[in-house]
Design a protein around this ligand. Structure first.
Ligand SMILES: Nc1ncnc2c1ncn2[C@@H]1O[C@H](COP(=O)(O)OP(=O)(O)OP(=O)(O)O)[C@@H](O)[C@H]1O
Length: 314
Protein backbone atom coordinates (compact mmCIF):
# COMPACT_ATOMS: atom_id res chain seq x y z
CA UNK A 1 0.00 0.00 0.00
CA UNK A 2 1.39 3.40 -0.97
CA UNK A 3 2.68 5.60 1.84
CA UNK A 4 1.08 9.05 2.02
CA UNK A 5 4.38 10.57 3.11
CA UNK A 6 6.86 11.62 0.48
CA UNK A 7 9.63 9.81 2.34
CA UNK A 8 9.47 7.46 5.30
CA UNK A 9 12.74 6.10 6.64
CA UNK A 10 12.43 3.64 9.52
CA UNK A 11 15.58 2.48 11.23
CA UNK A 12 17.47 2.40 7.92
CA UNK A 13 20.97 0.98 7.84
CA UNK A 14 23.07 1.44 4.72
CA UNK A 15 26.40 -0.12 3.89
CA UNK A 16 29.01 0.01 1.20
CA UNK A 17 29.64 -3.60 0.27
CA UNK A 18 33.05 -5.18 0.65
CA UNK A 19 35.21 -5.14 -2.43
CA UNK A 20 38.66 -6.31 -3.41
CA UNK A 21 40.68 -4.04 -1.13
CA UNK A 22 38.28 -3.10 1.67
CA UNK A 23 35.69 -4.68 3.89
CA UNK A 24 32.03 -3.64 4.05
CA UNK A 25 31.41 -0.28 5.71
CA UNK A 26 28.22 0.79 7.47
CA UNK A 27 27.76 4.48 6.62
CA UNK A 28 24.23 5.02 7.99
CA UNK A 29 22.88 3.33 11.11
CA UNK A 30 19.23 3.21 12.14
CA UNK A 31 18.17 6.39 10.32
CA UNK A 32 14.56 7.43 10.91
CA UNK A 33 12.82 10.38 9.23
CA UNK A 34 9.47 11.29 7.69
CA UNK A 35 9.04 13.98 5.03
CA UNK A 36 5.47 15.03 4.44
CA UNK A 37 4.07 16.54 1.23
CA UNK A 38 5.11 20.19 0.97
CA UNK A 39 7.76 19.85 3.66
CA UNK A 40 11.32 21.15 3.29
CA UNK A 41 13.86 19.31 5.42
CA UNK A 42 17.54 20.09 5.86
CA UNK A 43 19.97 17.21 6.42
CA UNK A 44 22.88 18.54 8.42
CA UNK A 45 26.08 16.89 9.63
CA UNK A 46 29.83 16.91 9.48
CA UNK A 47 31.97 15.51 6.70
CA UNK A 48 31.63 11.73 6.45
CA UNK A 49 28.49 11.55 8.59
CA UNK A 50 26.49 9.78 5.86
CA UNK A 51 24.53 12.62 4.23
CA UNK A 52 25.52 11.90 0.63
CA UNK A 53 25.08 8.19 1.13
CA UNK A 54 21.48 8.75 2.23
CA UNK A 55 20.86 11.19 -0.60
CA UNK A 56 22.14 8.69 -3.17
CA UNK A 57 20.05 5.86 -1.80
CA UNK A 58 16.84 7.87 -1.29
CA UNK A 59 17.02 9.42 -4.77
CA UNK A 60 17.50 6.03 -6.44
CA UNK A 61 20.91 7.06 -7.81
CA UNK A 62 22.71 4.32 -5.87
CA UNK A 63 20.38 1.71 -7.35
CA UNK A 64 20.81 3.17 -10.85
CA UNK A 65 24.59 2.88 -10.57
CA UNK A 66 24.19 -0.62 -9.17
CA UNK A 67 26.55 -2.95 -7.41
CA UNK A 68 29.32 -2.72 -10.02
CA UNK A 69 30.26 0.71 -8.75
CA UNK A 70 30.33 -0.26 -5.08
CA UNK A 71 27.12 1.68 -4.53
CA UNK A 72 25.65 1.86 -1.04
CA UNK A 73 22.71 -0.45 -0.33
CA UNK A 74 20.09 -0.77 2.39
CA UNK A 75 20.78 -3.73 4.66
CA UNK A 76 18.35 -2.97 7.50
CA UNK A 77 15.07 -1.17 8.20
CA UNK A 78 12.86 0.23 5.46
CA UNK A 79 12.92 3.29 3.23
CA UNK A 80 9.80 4.30 1.33
CA UNK A 81 10.09 7.11 -1.22
CA UNK A 82 6.96 8.23 -3.10
CA UNK A 83 5.35 4.91 -2.23
CA UNK A 84 8.25 2.78 -3.46
CA UNK A 85 10.16 0.51 -1.09
CA UNK A 86 13.76 1.34 -1.89
CA UNK A 87 15.14 -1.92 -0.56
CA UNK A 88 15.41 -4.29 -3.51
CA UNK A 89 13.60 -1.88 -5.85
CA UNK A 90 13.05 -3.37 -9.33
CA UNK A 91 14.36 -1.54 -12.39
CA UNK A 92 10.84 -0.76 -13.72
CA UNK A 93 9.86 0.84 -10.43
CA UNK A 94 13.17 2.68 -10.29
CA UNK A 95 12.25 4.39 -13.55
CA UNK A 96 8.86 5.35 -12.11
CA UNK A 97 10.49 6.65 -8.94
CA UNK A 98 12.87 8.93 -10.81
CA UNK A 99 9.90 10.57 -12.58
CA UNK A 100 9.04 12.11 -9.23
CA UNK A 101 12.40 12.53 -7.54
CA UNK A 102 14.84 15.22 -8.63
CA UNK A 103 18.47 14.81 -7.59
CA UNK A 104 21.24 17.38 -7.57
CA UNK A 105 24.53 15.65 -6.87
CA UNK A 106 27.18 17.21 -4.66
CA UNK A 107 29.45 17.98 -7.61
CA UNK A 108 26.67 18.48 -10.18
CA UNK A 109 27.92 21.90 -11.26
CA UNK A 110 31.31 20.57 -12.28
CA UNK A 111 29.84 17.70 -14.31
CA UNK A 112 27.76 19.70 -16.78
CA UNK A 113 28.28 18.79 -20.45
CA UNK A 114 30.87 21.27 -21.61
CA UNK A 115 29.67 21.99 -25.17
CA UNK A 116 26.05 22.81 -24.34
CA UNK A 117 24.62 26.21 -23.52
CA UNK A 118 22.94 26.87 -20.18
CA UNK A 119 19.58 27.07 -21.99
CA UNK A 120 20.16 23.59 -23.46
CA UNK A 121 21.51 22.16 -20.21
CA UNK A 122 18.61 23.34 -18.08
CA UNK A 123 15.95 22.27 -20.61
CA UNK A 124 17.58 18.92 -21.48
CA UNK A 125 15.74 16.81 -18.86
CA UNK A 126 12.42 17.84 -20.47
CA UNK A 127 13.54 16.45 -23.83
CA UNK A 128 15.11 13.33 -22.31
CA UNK A 129 11.66 12.57 -20.94
CA UNK A 130 9.69 13.68 -24.00
CA UNK A 131 11.52 14.28 -27.28
CA UNK A 132 8.57 16.26 -28.61
CA UNK A 133 8.31 18.65 -25.67
CA UNK A 134 7.39 22.13 -26.94
CA UNK A 135 10.67 24.03 -27.51
CA UNK A 136 9.25 27.44 -26.74
CA UNK A 137 7.73 26.23 -23.49
CA UNK A 138 11.01 24.53 -22.56
CA UNK A 139 12.95 27.75 -23.23
CA UNK A 140 10.54 29.75 -21.12
CA UNK A 141 10.68 27.28 -18.23
CA UNK A 142 14.48 27.24 -18.34
CA UNK A 143 14.71 31.04 -18.45
CA UNK A 144 12.29 31.38 -15.53
CA UNK A 145 14.41 29.05 -13.40
CA UNK A 146 17.69 30.68 -14.38
CA UNK A 147 16.21 34.03 -13.41
CA UNK A 148 14.78 32.67 -10.14
CA UNK A 149 18.23 31.36 -9.22
CA UNK A 150 19.61 34.89 -9.55
CA UNK A 151 21.60 34.22 -12.70
CA UNK A 152 21.68 37.00 -15.32
CA UNK A 153 19.49 36.25 -18.35
CA UNK A 154 22.62 36.47 -20.53
CA UNK A 155 23.76 33.27 -18.82
CA UNK A 156 21.37 31.29 -21.02
CA UNK A 157 23.67 31.52 -24.03
CA UNK A 158 26.86 30.75 -22.17
CA UNK A 159 28.63 27.43 -21.82
CA UNK A 160 29.77 26.03 -18.44
CA UNK A 161 33.40 27.10 -18.87
CA UNK A 162 32.25 30.74 -19.13
CA UNK A 163 30.65 30.58 -15.67
CA UNK A 164 32.00 30.61 -12.15
CA UNK A 165 31.72 27.37 -10.15
CA UNK A 166 28.87 28.85 -8.11
CA UNK A 167 26.99 29.80 -11.28
CA UNK A 168 27.50 26.30 -12.67
CA UNK A 169 26.10 24.88 -9.44
CA UNK A 170 23.00 27.04 -9.83
CA UNK A 171 22.58 25.78 -13.41
CA UNK A 172 22.67 22.23 -12.01
CA UNK A 173 19.98 23.18 -9.48
CA UNK A 174 17.81 24.58 -12.28
CA UNK A 175 18.24 21.26 -14.14
CA UNK A 176 17.13 19.42 -11.02
CA UNK A 177 14.02 21.57 -10.69
CA UNK A 178 12.82 21.75 -14.29
CA UNK A 179 10.79 18.54 -14.15
CA UNK A 180 8.83 19.86 -11.17
CA UNK A 181 9.88 16.98 -8.90
CA UNK A 182 7.56 15.89 -6.12
CA UNK A 183 10.71 15.50 -4.01
CA UNK A 184 13.98 17.28 -4.74
CA UNK A 185 17.05 15.82 -3.07
CA UNK A 186 19.85 18.35 -3.33
CA UNK A 187 23.28 17.42 -1.99
CA UNK A 188 25.17 20.54 -0.89
CA UNK A 189 23.40 22.71 -3.50
CA UNK A 190 25.26 25.82 -2.37
CA UNK A 191 28.76 24.32 -2.63
CA UNK A 192 30.92 26.89 -4.41
CA UNK A 193 28.08 29.43 -4.49
CA UNK A 194 29.06 32.91 -3.33
CA UNK A 195 28.33 33.27 0.37
CA UNK A 196 26.22 36.38 -0.25
CA UNK A 197 23.62 34.43 -2.27
CA UNK A 198 23.75 31.00 -0.58
CA UNK A 199 20.75 31.69 1.63
CA UNK A 200 18.82 33.12 -1.31
CA UNK A 201 19.51 30.02 -3.42
CA UNK A 202 18.17 27.75 -0.67
CA UNK A 203 15.17 30.06 -0.31
CA UNK A 204 14.46 29.70 -4.04
CA UNK A 205 14.62 25.90 -3.90
CA UNK A 206 12.35 25.82 -0.84
CA UNK A 207 9.98 28.46 -2.23
CA UNK A 208 9.54 26.77 -5.62
CA UNK A 209 8.93 23.36 -4.07
CA UNK A 210 6.59 24.66 -1.39
CA UNK A 211 4.55 26.69 -3.88
CA UNK A 212 3.69 23.44 -5.69
CA UNK A 213 3.05 21.44 -2.54
CA UNK A 214 6.26 19.56 -3.33
CA UNK A 215 9.02 18.64 -0.88
CA UNK A 216 12.78 18.87 -0.61
CA UNK A 217 15.59 17.24 1.30
CA UNK A 218 18.47 19.69 1.27
CA UNK A 219 21.80 18.29 2.38
CA UNK A 220 24.13 20.84 3.85
CA UNK A 221 26.77 21.30 6.50
CA UNK A 222 25.95 25.00 6.41
CA UNK A 223 23.15 25.88 8.84
CA UNK A 224 23.36 29.53 7.86
CA UNK A 225 22.46 28.68 4.29
CA UNK A 226 19.49 26.56 5.37
CA UNK A 227 18.39 29.45 7.55
CA UNK A 228 14.69 29.93 7.72
CA UNK A 229 14.01 28.10 4.44
CA UNK A 230 13.60 24.66 5.95
CA UNK A 231 10.72 23.47 8.12
CA UNK A 232 12.90 21.03 10.04
CA UNK A 233 16.42 19.77 10.17
CA UNK A 234 17.73 16.27 10.77
CA UNK A 235 21.21 16.32 12.25
CA UNK A 236 23.23 13.23 11.42
CA UNK A 237 26.44 12.25 13.16
CA UNK A 238 28.44 9.12 12.33
CA UNK A 239 25.43 7.78 10.44
CA UNK A 240 22.97 8.28 13.29
CA UNK A 241 20.27 10.97 13.69
CA UNK A 242 21.20 13.00 16.77
CA UNK A 243 18.76 15.88 16.36
CA UNK A 244 15.42 16.29 14.57
CA UNK A 245 12.94 19.16 14.48
CA UNK A 246 12.68 22.89 13.69
CA UNK A 247 16.16 24.49 13.73
CA UNK A 248 15.51 26.63 16.79
CA UNK A 249 14.15 23.70 18.80
CA UNK A 250 17.00 21.39 17.86
CA UNK A 251 19.68 23.96 18.60
CA UNK A 252 17.87 25.41 21.61
CA UNK A 253 17.65 22.06 23.38
CA UNK A 254 20.59 19.98 22.16
CA UNK A 255 20.39 16.32 23.18
CA UNK A 256 23.79 15.31 21.82
CA UNK A 257 27.25 16.86 22.14
CA UNK A 258 27.54 17.21 18.37
CA UNK A 259 24.31 19.25 18.27
CA UNK A 260 25.49 21.26 21.28
CA UNK A 261 28.65 22.17 19.38
CA UNK A 262 26.62 23.06 16.31
CA UNK A 263 24.35 25.27 18.42
CA UNK A 264 27.27 26.99 20.06
CA UNK A 265 28.90 27.68 16.70
CA UNK A 266 25.65 29.01 15.24
CA UNK A 267 24.84 31.24 18.19
CA UNK A 268 28.43 32.51 18.28
CA UNK A 269 28.08 33.53 14.62
CA UNK A 270 24.83 35.30 15.43
CA UNK A 271 26.42 37.06 18.40
CA UNK A 272 29.16 38.40 16.16
CA UNK A 273 26.56 40.14 14.01
CA UNK A 274 24.32 41.11 16.92
CA UNK A 275 26.46 42.03 19.89
CA UNK A 276 23.67 42.84 22.33
CA UNK A 277 22.01 39.46 21.97
CA UNK A 278 22.86 37.35 25.00
CA UNK A 279 22.44 33.63 25.19
CA UNK A 280 20.66 32.34 28.28
CA UNK A 281 21.49 28.69 28.37
CA UNK A 282 20.97 26.26 31.19
CA UNK A 283 24.05 24.22 32.04
CA UNK A 284 26.57 26.99 32.52
CA UNK A 285 29.90 27.75 30.94
CA UNK A 286 31.59 24.52 31.95
CA UNK A 287 29.00 22.39 30.17
CA UNK A 288 29.19 24.62 27.11
CA UNK A 289 32.97 24.43 27.06
CA UNK A 290 33.02 20.65 27.31
CA UNK A 291 30.31 20.29 24.64
CA UNK A 292 32.25 22.55 22.33
CA UNK A 293 35.47 20.65 22.98
CA UNK A 294 33.69 17.39 22.18
CA UNK A 295 32.14 18.93 19.07
CA UNK A 296 35.52 20.10 17.84
CA UNK A 297 37.12 16.75 18.62
CA UNK A 298 34.28 15.02 16.75
CA UNK A 299 34.72 17.32 13.77
CA UNK A 300 38.45 16.58 13.59
CA UNK A 301 37.85 12.86 14.00
CA UNK A 302 35.10 12.92 11.33
CA UNK A 303 37.34 14.60 8.80
CA UNK A 304 40.20 12.22 9.54
CA UNK A 305 37.89 9.19 9.28
CA UNK A 306 36.35 10.42 6.03
CA UNK A 307 39.79 11.04 4.54
CA UNK A 308 41.03 7.63 5.68
CA UNK A 309 37.99 5.96 4.14
CA UNK A 310 38.42 7.85 0.88
CA UNK A 311 42.07 6.84 0.82
CA UNK A 312 41.09 3.24 1.47
CA UNK A 313 38.68 3.28 -1.46
CA UNK A 314 41.06 4.80 -3.96
N1 LIG B 1 32.36 4.11 -2.02
C1 LIG B 1 32.54 4.04 -0.71
N2 LIG B 1 32.95 2.91 -0.12
C2 LIG B 1 33.10 2.80 1.21
N3 LIG B 1 32.85 3.82 2.07
C3 LIG B 1 32.44 4.98 1.56
C4 LIG B 1 32.26 5.16 0.15
N4 LIG B 1 31.83 6.43 -0.07
C5 LIG B 1 31.75 7.02 1.15
N5 LIG B 1 32.11 6.15 2.11
C6 LIG B 1 32.17 6.40 3.57
O1 LIG B 1 30.84 6.50 4.08
C7 LIG B 1 30.79 7.48 5.10
C8 LIG B 1 29.72 8.49 4.77
O2 LIG B 1 30.14 9.19 3.61
P1 LIG B 1 29.22 10.33 2.97
O3 LIG B 1 29.88 10.78 1.71
O4 LIG B 1 27.84 9.83 2.90
O5 LIG B 1 29.32 11.47 4.08
P2 LIG B 1 28.87 12.99 3.98
O6 LIG B 1 28.21 13.29 5.27
O7 LIG B 1 28.08 13.23 2.75
O8 LIG B 1 30.26 13.73 3.88
P3 LIG B 1 30.63 15.06 3.03
O9 LIG B 1 29.94 16.19 3.73
O10 LIG B 1 32.12 15.11 3.16
O11 LIG B 1 30.15 14.83 1.64
C9 LIG B 1 32.19 8.09 5.21
O12 LIG B 1 32.88 7.46 6.27
C10 LIG B 1 32.82 7.75 3.88
O13 LIG B 1 34.22 7.63 3.99
Amino acid sequence: MADRNVLTASDVTIEYPAHSVSSAFTAVKGFTLVIEPGEIVGLVGSSGSGKSTLAQVASGQAAIRGSKENSPRIIGGSLDVLGFQMRGLKRANLNKLTLGVGYVAQDAGSNLTSNMTVAELVAEPLFLRDKRFNRQEAGLKAATLVDALLLPVGTMLKQPHELSSGQRQRVAIARGLILDPVLLIADEPTAGVDVSVRGAVVDVIAGLQRSRGASALIVSHDLDALGRAVDRIAVIHEGVVVGLGPIDEVLGDPRHPYVAGLARETYADEDESDEGDEMDEAGGDDDDASAEAEYEANEDADSARAEARREENR
